[in-house]
Design a protein around this ligand. Structure first.
Ligand code: C2E
Ligand code: CA
Ligand code: CA
Length: 783
């Protein structure tokens, strides 16, 4: 059928639904229509009782009764829900036939009465004819086949009647009727189409609603999100299982519970309450919740409902997302950015941020102090025991020192072996006590993997004062204090004092000048004689560096060697010393030795051995005339590599002296680690030899040890005759000091005791008492 074709484009279920609804909707109005038809029929038969034969009345009523009963029966049948598609199609067909039957009856009835009707009755027939034709469109609107069959049949019947009646009015009526029927015919289809469309759209809406519901269920079950609804006072309504599970509350107790009661933070509660009570929608409000004693993070989004028919009093519906994992990941990233992976202490970044914040917020009389500390010779520990031990030591130090920080303080690892402690609200004496405790606690031995490690620490302290420009100034002061602690011999505390910054400024200028000097001819070597105690003859000279600066004047090595060492400039400077000293020694008597001082950085330089070899070759000086003076610190740092280098040099025939013995980290162990040729006893012992018994005892034991090990001894800083006597008694081999001569420039050599200008010569003999030394012309070995 036509309509079946039209809806044929729809899916099977849609077609069934339309069929079902066609029958149901049609059935609804059947009783009323049948009743209306009976009323119409009764009126008609009463009015035309005399104009039609009785048989016709009987026949007509018989048919009318049959059709009406059938129609009621069909309507009853249509109410059956469980009809198959075929049954429904059959029913629809029967309804259509029934409609056609009715139409025949009314069409034929009216047509037959037209010729016998009085003019007044004609009017009645016209109303009934037109009315019956149009009301059918309404009563059969759900079944267009029926309404069309009705319209056509009625039209044919009425037209036939009018034709039979004849006359111009009848023809005019036929024309009107044709138009009328055409409009009705077309509308039968339109009405049904709208009905079908409404049905399918409704069906679609319902279907998508179901899909959404399914999706939501899915979402509820699987995702880390769940839906919620609250009333205008924020009480939870109809809590879903997942929400209850996530909040770790029984579902029953959650219904009616205020949503804010789940939230810990007062401010967040207030904000949420404000939104809910004002019915203001919001998005992604992050809140922290306590779930079973653990902290979780949720984001809440909600929208005010505008459904006034809602009986549940739902004021807002929304979604909660558990972002704890995301927050934790963020926290981890942030932790990694702010904490040191090795020691778990805050890192430089967090430390600087905290310091800046603390200083920024500080009131003028707030007490803020900064302690910087740096392990002494950590590199040596790393090199000798290995990095894993070094790492463990740093961890142990961190754990040991953590206890010194009280709440509000911040202990941080700001670099390799550098730490910082920010103290707030501590008085000056408390800060000093903490600084001392750092030295003391780091000084306590550490047991690291069976190694007993002894570490030292240098500590710099600076206190904040409100006239400081910013946190950087405090940092700089603590750094200067630390620098000063290191300069003062390490393993100690130094507090920032006014003038330290001036000293630092001066040091920076010195560094700049020294760098500039490398390109200029400002360095000079002075020579100080070494004298054999038995023969009283000069046996050689120690080369000592002088820097002749155009403005500064003569700068002594103690004032610039340190800077040269720290900046690495000592390598270049030292190479010059080696070449110059050997070139100078080349013109001396062949029996005179030349001693050159080597600093740790020079020892580490890869070019040291080749520089020496080349300088020896260039000058033609016999390697056994060269003595290299090193200090114990060389053996403490990179000891293995340094000892290898020392052996290489010694194998060349060069002699190696241990300088300044008895100072610094003196340990007899160093004497065992390398077979030195000579020990130079530091002048601090020599100066007190005649007044202090302990100094004398030290000198005695060093000399006897050296003799046992086959080493020569030289006493430094000999200024008086009585010291010479004591040293001779103790069995010292050589002496060096102002008594025999200060370090002088070559050619300007002045014998302090004779005031005679001399050049280094083995023939210069120092005799005890006031004997005048004999000097001879120098023997020039080379041109
Ligand atoms: P040092 O190797 O211990 O040199 C001896 C220092 O003691 C020299 O000071 C010398 O002038 C001084 N001195 C010698 N006799 C006496 C005395 O009787 N009384 C007193 N009070 N002092 C005496 P100087 O020349 O100032 O050198 C200081 C240090 O600088 C040296 O100590 C040495 O460690 C270092 N140095 C000097 N020249 C060089 C160099 O070319 N290279 C390296 N790496 N270091 C150098
Ligand atoms: Ca020396
Ligand atoms: Ca020395």
């Amino acid at each position: 059928m036509l309509e079946d074709k039209k809806i044929g484009g729809l899916g099977q279920s849609d077609q069934d639904l339309i069929l079902r609804e066609q029958l149901t909707e049609h059935g609804k109005s059947v009783r009323v229509t049948v009743f209306a038809n009976i009323v119409n029929a009764v009126i008609l038969s009463i009015l035309f009782f005399n104009q039609a034969p009785l048989a016709m009345h009987v026949l007509w009523y018989g048919m009318f009764a049959y059709l009406s009963i059938t129609r009621l029966y069909l309507a009853k049948q249509s109410e059956i829900v469980e009809l198959s598609r075929e049954q429904m199609l059959g029913l629809k067909k029967r309804v259509t036939f029934n409609a056609a039957g009715y139409a025949h009856m009314w069409g034929a009835g009216v047509a037959c009465l037209l010729p016998v009707a009085t003019p007044n009755q004609l009017m009645l027939l016209a109303i009934i004819g037109a009315g019956k034709m149009s009301t059918a469109v309404v009563s059969f609107r759900h079944i267009p086949e029926a309404s069309r069959a009705w319209t056509i049949i009625m039209y044919i019947g009425l037209t036939a009647g009018l034709l039979y009646l004849g006359g111009i009015e009848s023809y005019a009526a036929i024309a009107l009727l044709t138009m009328f029927a055409a409009v009705l015919y077309v509308n039968c289809g339109n009405i049904f189409e709208n009905f079908a469309k409404q049905l399918t759209t409704g069906q679609e809406i319902q279907r998508s609603a179901e899909t959404v519901k399914l999706l939501l269920n899915d979402f509820e079950e699987q995702a880390s999100n769940w839906l919620f609804s609250v009333d205008s006072e924020g009480r939870l309504i109809d809590v879903c299982d997942r929400f209850a599970e996530a909040a770790q509350h029984p579902r029953e107790t959650m219904n009616g519970m205020k949503i804010v009661s789940l939230i810990e933070d007062k401010e967040q509660c207030a904000r949420l309450t404000d939104h809910i009570s004002n019915g203001r929608s919001f998005r992604d409000m992050t809140v922290s919740v306590d779930v079973g004693g653990g902290q979780q993070w949720w984001t809440i989004s909600a929208r005010a409902t505008d459904d006034t028919t809602d009986t549940d009093n739902i004021a807002m519906r929304g979604v909660i997302e558990d972002i704890t994992a995301q927050k934790n990941a963020e926290a981890k990233v942030s932790y990694m950015a702010h904490f040191d992976g090795l020691t778990d202490l805050p890192n430089r970044r967090l430390f600087t941020e905290t310091l800046n914040r603390t200083v920024h917020r500080a009131e003028p009389d707030d007490e803020i102090a900064l302690i910087f500390f740096d392990l002494d010779h950590f590199k040596a520990i790393n090199d000798t025991l290995g990095h894993p031990i070094g790492d463990k030591l740093l961890q142990m130090i961190a754990r040991r020192l953590e206890t010194l920080a009280k709440p509000g303080d911040l202990l941080a690892r700001i670099g390799g072996d550098e730490f910082a402690l920010l103290l707030t609200g501590s008085r000056a004496y408390e800060v000093a006590a903490v600084a001392d405790a750092i030295v003391e606690q780091v000084g306590e031995p550490f047991m690291v993997d069976d190694h007993n490690v002894i570490a030292g620490v240098s500590v710099g302290v600076a206190a904040w004062s409100h006239d400081m420009a910013d946190a950087n100034q405090l940092l700089k002061y603590a750094d200067l204090a630390l620098y000063s602690a290191k300069g003062d011999g390490r393993n100690r505390v130094a507090s920032f004092e006014k003038g330290m910054d001036i000293a630092a400024e001066a040091r920076r200028n010195l560094e700049l000048d020294l760098r500039a000097s490398l390109g200029r001819d400002e360095m000079r070597l002075h020579y100080q004689p070494l004298v054999d105690l038995k023969t009283q003859k000069k046996i050689g000279y120690e080369a000592l560096l002088r820097w002749v600066h155009p403005v500064r004047g003569v700068v002594m090595p103690d004032d610039f060697i340190g800077v040269a060492e720290e900046t690495g400039m000592i390598v270049q400077l030292g190479e010059w010393v080696i070449r110059k000293a050997l070139d100078d020694a080349a013109i001396w008597d062949e029996n005179l030795t030349v001693a050159i001082n080597l600093s740790p950085t020079q020892m580490r330089s890869a070019s040291l051995v080749s520089t020496i070899v080349n300088a020896l070759a260039h000058s033609g000086v016999d390697p056994n005339r060269l003595e290299l003076e090193i200090t114990e610190s060389i053996l403490m740092q990179d000891s293995e590599a340094n000892i290898r280098t020392l052996h290489t040099l010694r194998n060349l025939g060069i002699r190696i002296s241990l300088d300044d013995f008895g100072t610094g980290y003196s340990s007899l162990n160093y004497l065992r680690s390398f077979p030195f040729d000579k020990i130079k006893i530091d002048r601090c012992f020599v100066s007190e030899i005649d007044t202090r018994e302990d100094c004398r005892a030290i000198i005695r034991s060093v000399i006897s040890l050296a003799q046992n090990l086959g080493m020569t001894t030289t006493a430094e800083g000999v200024e008086r005759e009585d010291q010479v006597d004591e040293l001779r008694i103790e069995g010292c081999d050589q002496v060096q000091g102002f008594l025999y001569g200060k370090a002088e420039a070559l050619g300007e050599y002045t014998d302090l005791r004779s005031n005679n200008v001399s050049v280094p010569n083995v023939e210069t003999i120092y005799l005890p008492a006031a004997e005048v030394p004999i000097t001879t012309e120098p023997k020039r070995k080379k041109a």
